[in-house]
Design a binder for this molecule. Structure first.
Ligand code: SF4
Ligand code: SF4
Length: 297
């Protein structure tokens, strides 16, 4: 199947999912209300923290591993899976459940989530789901809406506590995650993919490192000639040495430049000159070689 056909199939699947969500769930706006409470007094407490697929964004991984005091490579190896699918555009990272029969999340404790302050976005949002209609002039940044997802066996929606969508999102600290999520979507849903573009295995690796494996990406930034070639603000360079947030911000810019050719990085004039000279030298050498062989290759 061509990459264009794959993109069309994915687009069709996305539309079908959106239609299903709209058909099965009421659409909620920021001021719409719903009932929900989750606490140790609810009979199903902790039941939803096992055998569940939780997709992790780069910012989810950053927050979770910092909570645990783990390096990115160690966290990714120990706590995540990278399911490979044939038509995958970018790496997909999923939280690894326990290997035992109950398949508990490794962070669940009797008192609830053991990394509550840094739990991932899907765990914050529940029982709300979010979708954005893509077929608007703004593309994926078009109208965003919410819907109530009631999982089987979840008794939280029977509790009397009332929320507006707006209050729930504020209470769960979703806003910060959304800012990072939007920046990530600009990469993962880039029009390069819509137009049938695909990433080579090397570029997939770069995407994975710059988004998720920040320890490895930091080595790439500081142990190669990258900072000699590009004009990067000195304060940002210093910040990136210790701040993962700064490094992730830079990683998103780097990927937009290196994968999609966007103007998000500035080449240093001396590096541009050196690249031009090197290109001229190579072109000259090729011409000489061609002349020496009489044009026969
Ligand atoms: S199933 Fe619902 S109420 Fe029960 S612990 Fe999970 S979110 Fe809370
Ligand atoms: S991260 Fe926390 S809230 Fe999310 S599934 Fe694991 S224990 Fe539950």
């Amino acid at each position: 199947m061509s990459s264009q056909a794959t993109a069309a199939t994915q687009e069709e699947a996305r539309k079908q999912l959106e239609e299903k969500i709209l058909a099965d769930h009421d659409r909620l706006g920021p001021d719409d209300r719903f009932q929900f409470a989750c606490h140790p007094g609810v009979a199903c407490f902790n039941h939803c923290c096992s055998d569940v697929n939780i997709f992790l964004s780069p910012y989810d991984v950053l927050r979770m591993r910092k909570n645990l005091g783990m390096g990115s490579t160690e966290f990714l190896e120990k706590h995540t899976l990278l399911p490979i699918q044939k038509d995958m555009r970018t790496p997909v990272v999923v939280l690894r459940m326990g290997d035992d029969e109950s398949r508990n999340c490794p962070f669940v404790t009797e008192a609830g989530c053991g990394i509550y302050h840094d739990r991932p976005w899907p765990c914050r949002m529940y029982p709300l789901g979010m979708a954005a209609q893509k077929d608007t002039p703004d593309g994926w940044r078009g109208e965003r809406f919410y819907f109530l997802m009631k999982e089987d066996g979840c008794l939280g929606c029977d509790q009397a506590r009332q929320w507006t969508v707006r209050d729930w999102l504020a209470d769960q600290g979703v806003e910060e995650y959304d800012v990072w999520g939007e920046a990530f979507k600009e990469l993962a849903l880039h029009e390069f993919f819509e137009n049938g573009g695909t990433l080579s295995p090397e570029k997939m690796e770069m995407f994975y490192a710059a988004c998720y494996d920040l320890d490895r990406f930091r080595r790439f930034v500081f142990n190669t000639t990258l900072l000699e070639k590009f004009d990067v603000d000195e304060d940002l360079v210093e910040e990136m040495r210790y701040s993962d947030e700064a490094l992730l911000r830079f990683g998103f810019l780097w990927l937009r430049f290196s994968l999609f050719g966007e103007n998000t990085m500035k080449v240093r004039p001396d590096a541009a000159e050196a690249a031009r000279e090197s290109l001229e030298k190579r072109t000259l050498q090729n011409r000489k070689r061609t002349a020496a062989t009489g044009g026969v290759r």
